[in-house]
Design a protein around this ligand. Structure first.
Ligand SMILES: *Cc1c(COP(=O)(O)O)cnc(C)c1O
Length: 353
């Protein structure tokens, strides 16, 4: 029986995506070949990556002053590719957790990567507000959703400098003015597909300004010139990206997904706030619509809660090792019905206390 998968990543995808992907593993669109054995230069695969790149731009509502790439190395590779390509004199980073911190550390290898705000002292329970952003910087880097702590930007920092965002765990989960960003990156395995590919959305005129020499694989412009096929792309992962992007469109796009995600989050946070046996981790105004982090008020009840979850076929809600407790990731593809199952478990947990 299929589990209710609350895993933080790799994570749940829509059933129709799994169905189509498994079919393509055996016979890709009637070619008599598997999607993982066709040439990446074949017209069939070129269509896949071209369609995926175009669809990502369309869903973001961006024009062709931007372009998209599907690269490898995960979001972690983007931590260094961003400063490689953009950091000439100085960049600013807002430290909202482990991932933001890792991104800043990589940038510091290339130049001045100043941390201009941090919520570390408070266990990353909130998003720093009213941050004064310097104007003499090459870019400002933020992490829009903090997967581990369950915080998310609900309004973006106002700045005239290029805004760069790690959107790995909340990309395409809500309507957003994507034009506010100059560069966005997201590992696929949360809201976009299987691990192995990373979406990069970049404003083309941002590039080509640094004086350092770039190794080929690190050079966004070279990847763009080669239509995101400078080397063999992660073909299967990109194919799954296409299926997920098509699924997003079929759902009604970001407007529809945003509404659904809001309803899921409201249902779960509502129960967490009501139930005296659990307590939410993040400050209310900054709560994530994607990762819901909570603790038991009495640690000695853990075994009973875990048993109830197991019985209800719930998987993947153990919290990150750095925070402990529980984390229910409720990404795009997780149905409301799964959230209802968890809410019912929480009610049962209270009832049988
Ligand atoms: C998961 C995650 C990462 C790491 O992604 P990899 O693809 O494993 O490199 C980076 N940033 C955020 C916000 C994440 O959620």
């Amino acid at each position: 029986m299929k589990k209710h998968n609350f895993s933080a990543g790799p994570s749940i995808l829509a059933p129709e995506v799994f169905q189509k992907a498994s079919k393509a593993l055996l016979d890709f669109e009637g070619t008599g070949l598997s999607v993982i054995e066709i040439s990446h230069r074949s017209p069939e695969f070129v269509r896949v990556i071209e369609r995926a790149r175009a669809l990502a731009l369309e869903i973001a509502g961006l024009d062709d002053s931007y372009t998209t790439l599907f690269l490898q190395g995960g979001a972690s590779m983007q931590f260094l590719m961003v400063p490689y390509n953009l950091l000439e004199t100085k960049a600013a980073y807002i430290d909202t957790g482990t991932w933001a911190n890792k991104a800043q550390k990589e940038a510091a290898l290339f130049g001045n990567a100043e941390v201009i705000a941090s919520s570390k002292a408070d266990g990353y329970k909130y998003i720093p507000k009213n941050v004064t952003v310097p104007t003499d910087i090459d870019y400002l880097h933020i992490t829009t959703n903090n997967t581990i702590y369950g915080t998310e930007y609900h309004s973006l920092p106002q700045t005239s400098v290029p805004l760069v965002a790690d959107m790995s765990s909340d990309i395409f989960s809500r309507p957003l003015d994507y034009k506010q960003f100059s560069l966005i990156y997201a590992g696929s395995q949360k809201n976009l597909g299987a691990s192995g590919s990373t979406l990069v959305i970049v404003k083309k005129d941002l590039l080509g300004k640094v004086s350092r020499k770039l190794p080929s694989m690190m050079d966004y412009q070279l990847h763009i010139k080669n239509d995101s096929m400078f080397n063999t792309p992660s073909t299967f992962a990109v194919y799954v990206n296409l299926l997920v992007l098509e699924w997003i469109q079929a759902q009604g796009g970001l407007q529809a997904l945003g509404k659904r995600n809001r309803a899921k989050a409201d249902l779960l946070y509502g129960e967490i706030d009501r139930n005296p046996l659990v307590v939410g981790y993040a400050n209310k105004e900054d709560r994530s619509l994607m990762n819901v982090v909570f603790n038991l008020t009495d640690e000695s009840t853990k075994e009973r809660f875990d048993a109830l979850c197991k019985e209800a076929n719930i998987s993947g809600i153990k919290g990150h090792r750095s925070v402990g407790g529980y984390r229910a990731s409720i990404y795009n593809a997780l149905p409301l019905q799964s959230v209802q199952v968890l809410v019912d478990v929480l009610k049962e947990f209270e009832r049988t206390a």
